[in-house]
Design a protein around this ligand. Structure first.
Ligand code: 16C
Ligand code: ATP
Ligand code: CA
Length: 543
């Protein structure tokens, strides 16, 4: 073992057994790598293996008897000693898996030195959770939440020495209400097993609890909200799993469990939604009026169909082709570097989000939690819309791998406002299809997109009702426009789809709160295979 200058940086290099051969194994704390190489010439890149120490899941002393029985490899050696390292292996499409490698040596002291060094390194990873609170929705998605947790996630948590208090929910809002009561300081994170609706519940519980504990009135739309520092982990087991997919790059329970174990952290913007100084909801993914509101409303009656309900209701809503009249006001985002038409997307370590984080910190330094009156201009648009979508993130999901707004950022303090104006059914279909291919879905004359920090909407119907409350005739009007039965204009309001839940009010006021909460995730990685993440030359140097 070598202590590097400066005292505490560790470097271990030994010749250890792996399979039936000796490998050169190196643990370098400074570079943050565990690497092993077959020393026999020729030196082929394929024989170099390495793991960033931050992605080691666990290390265990391996019982020699167990190993002898299963492989018979060590039978000729006198008393071999062995240890197994469990680590993250990055596969295709952002999928992570837990792999293990067992090293052995005849020297017990050397073996223990390795185990101790690796355990010390794991102990030093302070961002890793030790105690988690887990909520499982047994009825989300295909009703597999409990099985997914028990079979795929719990064994990994226990391997990583994470203890978990598990609550299987018995009714909607169980998790949210429970989060107002539990001793939250006991936990390093909260995990939800379910879909976007379940995530939304847990988020409401945590943000709500944080505001309550800080004496902040959620009903005040202008109140600066207290940041929620306890991270949420999402084990996807829902129908859309948009938040998980957009922050990890895949909906896969094992991948998400591994992000939780290694203690990843991804800040997330949250929008607050109010009506007449009354708090309605928070939103992280989609706030959609018109098409997505109607799809959701119809699909709620078909929950028994599982995830298929969205395709059924989507098709039905597409055929109905309703548009809605209303007024939109918004404040364009000026503080951010990006634009919704950018070709680059938000990725791990995104510099647009980092810049926003710095601005947020400076703003906090300047005025703390005091509210500063926002003088920025409002832009107003009146029109007839098939869909009004406000998205805090790309909203990528398995149905649409690039999402509703591919260049939206997870943590820049803005949302993208997408306006799809009245157009033909055929054009709307062309617009929808572009969510599933590489073509630009904003490149249509009937689609506009803006990056905003706040937003308001009033439907024509409620404006009319407000201006002539006595006009009973208008209120009694049936659902469809009787003057133009074939025109698809809808005299009734649509419903807001707020992260998969319907809102009761059509008139809403929305503000984006930059990085209000944090997830156990790291955003979508640019190039996610190990080989791409670490160049071979740096591994060669290490070995
Ligand atoms: C021709 C194929 C076109 C496919 C177009 C697919 C676009 C899909 C975009 C999905 C965006 C999801 C945004 C995330 C929202 C979540 O916060 C929320 C809660 O989980 N999920 C939904 O509201 C669930 C929303 C689910 C919406 C599904 C819409 C399906 C539309 C199907 C239209 C078929 C037309 C066919 C005509 C021949
Ligand atoms: N035990 C329960 N019984 C009934 N409803 C529940 C229960 N636990 C949670 N819920 C509610 O179920 C709703 C939907 O759950 P979830 O988001 O997990 O699945 P989903 O709707 O199929 O997926 P997605 O939101 O990704 O489309 C949530 O809004 C949550 O409040
Ligand atoms: Ca954002």
């Amino acid at each position: 073992m070598e202590q590097l200058p400066g005292g505490r940086r560790l470097r271990l290099a030994s010749s250890l057994g792996l399979g039936q051969r000796c490998w050169e194994v190196t643990l370098d704390e400074e570079r943050g790598l565990l690497a092993w190489r077959d020393p026999r010439p020729p030196r082929r890149g394929a024989d170099n293996c390495f793991v960033p120490t931050s992605e080691i899941i666990a290390v265990e002393e391996t019982e020699q008897n167990k190993k002898q029985r299963s492989t018979g490899k060590w039978q000729k050696m006198a008393k071999p000693h062995a240890f197994t390292v469990y680590y993250v292996k990055k596969a295709r499409n952002h999928r992570w898996r837990c792999r293990d490698v067992t090293f052995w040596c005849a020297d017990e002291y050397l073996c223990n030195q390795w185990i101790q060094a690796l355990k010390e390194l794991l102990e030093m990873q302070k961002c890793r959770p030790k105690q988690l609170l887990v909520y499982i929705n047994p009825y989300g998605g295909k009703r597999q939440g409990k099985r997914i947790y028990e079979q795929k996630v719990a064994p990994l948590f226990s391997l990583a020495s994470i203890s978990a208090d598990v609550v299987v929910t018995e009714h909607a809002n169980h998790a949210k209400d429970n989060l107002f009561e539990v001793n939250i300081s006991k936990y390093d994170g909260v995990v939800c097993v379910g879909g976007d609706g379940m995530f939304s519940e847990v988020m409401h519980g945590l943000i709500g609890r944080m505001q309550k504990d800080s004496g902040i009135d959620q009903n005040n739309p202008k109140a600066p909200l207290a940041q929620c520092n306890i991270r949420i982990g999402i084990i996807p087991a829902g129908s859309t799993d948009c938040v998980c997919y957009s922050t990890v790059g895949i909906s896969d329970p094992v991948t998400s469990a591994l992000h939780i174990i290694i203690g990843d952290c991804q800040p997330l913007d949250v929008s607050s939604v109010h009506h007449n100084n009354t708090f309605l909801k928070y939103a992280v993914s989609l706030l959609g009026y018109g098409f997505y509101g109607d799809v959701l409303k119809d699909s709620e009656k078909k929950r028994w169909m599982g995830p298929m309900r969205y395709d059924y209701s989507g098709f039905k809503t597409f055929l109905s082709h309703h548009y809605y009249e209303g007024t939109i006001s918004f404040q364009p985002a000026k503080h951010t570097l990006g634009s919704p038409r950018d070709k680059d997307s938000c990725r791990t370590g995104c510099c647009v989000c980092k810049e926003s984080e710095q601005q947020l910190a400076e703003q906090r330094k300047k005025c703390g939690f005091k509210h500063e009156e926002d003088e920025d201009e409002w832009k107003v648009i009146k029109g007839k819309f098939l869909a009004i979508n406000v998205v805090n993130m790309s909203c990528a999901c398995p149905r649409s791998p690039k999402g509703l707004s591919p260049a939206a950022h997870l943590a820049d303090g803005t949302a993208d406002l997408i306006l799809v104006r009245k157009c033909s059914r055929f054009d709307f279909l062309r617009y929808l299809v572009r969510h599933t291919n590489r073509d630009d879905q904003f490149d249509f004359s009937f689609v506009d997109v803006y990056r905003v920090k706040s937003f308001q909407f009033t439907s024509k119907l409620s404006e009319d009702n407000e201006s002539s409350v006595t006009d009973i005739g208008k209120k009694r009007f049936g659902q469809f426009c009787r003057d133009h039965p074939a025109c698809c204009c809808n005299i009734a309001n649509s419903t807001w789809n707020c992260d998969g839940e319907t809102l009761d009010s059509s008139a809403i006021e929305v503000r984006v709160h930059c990085q209000l909460m944090k997830l156990f995730a790291r955003g979508i990685e640019e190039n996610c295979t190990d080989e791409a993440a670490y160049s071979h030359s740096s591994i060669e140097q290490l070995l």
